[in-house]
Design a protein around this ligand. Structure first.
Ligand code: PLP
Length: 445
C-alpha cells in the first residue's frame, strides 16, 4: 500500500483532483438543490448532491469550486472525457454553419457522414448495413422494436432479467432490472418474454416450449454486457448460442450496445469480444461525448421499411452528428486502445484492493466497463456515498455492485487515485472492517 500512496500523492499533484474546499454539498450547491425541489419533476432520483459547473478530462468542478474525479462519466457518456478539445471544436464549427435541419425530410451532410462512419465500424460479419439516428438510447430501442416487428411480420420479443433498455412504454416492456421502473404504469406492451440473462437453455426449453412458438418471435434483444443490471459479463459462448437460436428460427438478434459500446470495453462494440455479429446494433451514450445522439444499425436485408415508417424531428441533429464524428476520431485514434490497457490495469489494481477488503466479493468486466460486487447492497450504496464525500464519482448498479465507467482517456495515475479513494470509501462503508487505513487517503483542502 505504501507504493500506492506515493504514486497517488504524485498523481494528485499532477491532476489536482479531487480537491474539496467546502463541506458537501457546499452553500451554492445547497441553494440549487433547494430550487430544484420547487420546479424539477419528482421522478428524478438523484444519487448524491453533486452540482457540476464545468469539467475537463476526468475532472468535474462543482458550483462551489470542489473538484471531483469522475469515474462514471455521466453514466458512461463522456467517453472522450469532459469537453474534449476536438469534440468542442467540431461542435463549435458545426454550430456556426448549421444548427438544425430535419434529417428525416432532407439530406444533411453531417448525418450522412456519421452513418457512413458507423456502417464502417460495424462488427465483422454484420455485412452491409444502414443506420437510423435518434436522440437517445430509448428512442433507438423503440425504433428497433418497430423495425424487427415490421420486417419479420412477427409480434413477440425476448429480453432478459436484469435488462435495461429505457423507460418509454415499448422500451420499458423490455426493461427488467428493477420492478419499480414498471410499477404503477399499467399493462406493458404485449408479446414480451423475459429469460434469465446468461442461461443457455431457457429460451428453447421454457419460452419456445410453453409460451411462444419461435415463429412468433421477431427479435431477441440483449446487452452483450449487462449495464444497469450489474455490469454482468455472460459466459463465453452464450452470445453464439443466441446467434444460433436466431439463425435457426429466423429471429432478429439485436445487440443493445447503448452502454457497452463506443469503445468502452476495449473494442468498438462489446459483442466483438464474442465474435458474434448481430442483425441490429444500438448505440448511444458514449457515441457523441455528451450530445444527444443514438443509432440503430441494421443489416441491409432487415432495413426494409419505407419512407415515413419512422422518423424524428431532432434525431441526427447536425451538431450532435459533428460531435459523434469527432468522438469516433478520438476513439479510433487511441482511446479504445487506452480503454483496453487501462481497463486491464484497473481490474488488476482492484484485485489487489480486494485482498485487503473482504467486503468485495467479485470484480469483473471488460475494458473500462468494470463492476465490483459487495457482500450487501447496503455496503455498495454506502461506499458510493463515501466515495463522493472523498471526491470520487462512482455509481451503483445491479443488486450490490458499484460500476466503474470512467472516460476512455483515463490515465494510470487517475486509476491509482481512484482505487485508493475507493479503498478508503469501502473502509468508511464497512466501519473499518478492512485492512486499509481509511486515513491513508486525504483530500486536499
Ligand atoms: N439501453 C441501455 C443498455 C442502457 O443502458 C440505456 C440507458 O442507461 C438505454 C438503453 C436507454 O438510453 P437513454 O437513457 O439514452 O434513453
Amino acid at each position: 500500500m505504501t507504493t500506492m500512496t506515493t504514486t497517488t500523492a504524485q498523481a494528485l499533484a499532477a491532476c489536482n483532483a479531487p480537491a474539496l474546499r467546502t463541506e458537501l454539498p457546499g452553500p451554492i450547491a445547497r441553494a440549487f438543490i433547494e430550487r430544484d425541489a420547487l420546479s424539477v419533476s419528482s421522478c428524478l432520483g438523484r444519487v448524491y448532491p453533486l452540482v457540476p459547473k464545468r469539467a475537463s478530462g476526468l475532472v468535474i468542478e462543482d458550483v462551489d469550486g470542489n473538484r471531483f474525479l469522475d469515474f462514471n462519466a455521466g453514466i458512461a457518456v463522456n467517453s472522450t472525457g469532459h469537453c474534449h478539445p476536438a469534440v468542442v471544436a467540431a461542435i463549435a464549427k458545426q454550430s456556426n454553419e448549421l444548427l438544425h435541419y430535419c434529417s428525416s425530410d432532407w439530406y444533411v451532410p453531417a448525418y450522412i457522414e456519421l452513418c457512413e462512419r458507423l456502417v464502417a465500424s460495424a462488427p465483422h460479419g454484420m455485412g452491409p448495413s444502414k443506420v437510423f439516428l435518434g436522440n437517445s438510447g430509448t428512442e433507438v430501442v423503440e425504433a428497433a422494436i418497430k423495425l424487427a416487428r415490421y420486417t419479420t411480420k412477427r409480434p413477440n420479443i425476448i429480453a432478459f432479467h436484469g435488462a435495461f433498455h429505457g423507460r418509454s412504454l415499448g422500451a420499458l416492456s423490455l426493461t427488467a432490472s428493477k420492478a419499480k421502473y414498471r410499477g404503477g404504469f399499467g399493462a406493458m406492451m404485449p408479446g414480451v418474454y423475459h429469460a434469465p440473462y446468461g442461461d443457455p437453455g431457457y429460451i428453447e426449453s421454457v419460452i419456445f416450449r410453453h409460451l411462444s412458438e419461435p415463429t412468433d418471435v421477431a427479435a431477441i434483444i440483449v446487452e452483450p454486457i449487462q449495464g444497469e443490471g450489474g455490469y454482468v459479463v455472460p459466459s463465453q459462448g452464450w452470445m453464439a448460442e443466441l446467434r444460433r437460436i436466431c439463425d435457426t428460427h429466423g429471429i432478429v438478434l439485436i445487440a443493445d450496445e447503448v452502454q457497452s459500446g463506443a469503445g468502452r470495453t476495449g473494442r468498438m462494440w462489446a459483442i466483438e469480444h464474442d465474435n458474434v455479429a448481430p442483425d441490429m446494433l444500438l448505440a448511444g451514450k458514449g457515441i457523441a461525448s455528451g450530445l444527444p445522439l443514438a443509432a440503430l444499425l441494421a443489416r441491409d436485408r432487415f432495413m426494409t421499411w419505407g419512407p415515413g415508417k419512422h422518423g424524428s424531428t431532432f434525431g441526427g441533429n447536425p451538431v450532435a452528428c459533428a460531435a459523434a464524428i469527432a468522438t469516433l476520431d478520438v476513439l479510433e485514434g487511441s482511446a479504445i486502445a487506452n480503454a483496453q490497457s487501462m481497463g486491464a490495469h484497473l481490474q488488476f489494481q482492484l484485485q489487489q484492493l480486494a485482498t485487503v477488503c473482504p467486503a468485495i466479493t467479485d470484480i469483473r468486466g471488460r475494458g473500462l466497463m468494470v463492476g465490483i460486487d459487495f457482500e450487501t447492497h447496503e455496503i455498495a450504496a454506502a461506499a458510493e456515498q463515501a466515495a463522493f464525500r472523498r471526491g470520487l464519482l462512482v455509481l451503483t448498479c445491479g443488486e450490490r455492485s458499484i460500476r466503474l465507467a470512467p472516460p476512455l482517456i483515463v490515465s494510470r495515475e487517475q486509476i491509482a487515485i481512484s482505487v485508493q479513494i475507493l479503498g478508503a470509501a469501502i473502509c468508511d462503508a464497512t466501519q473499518g472492517d478492512c485492512a486499509l487505513d481509511a486515513s491513508d487517503h486525504r483530500v486536499a483542502s
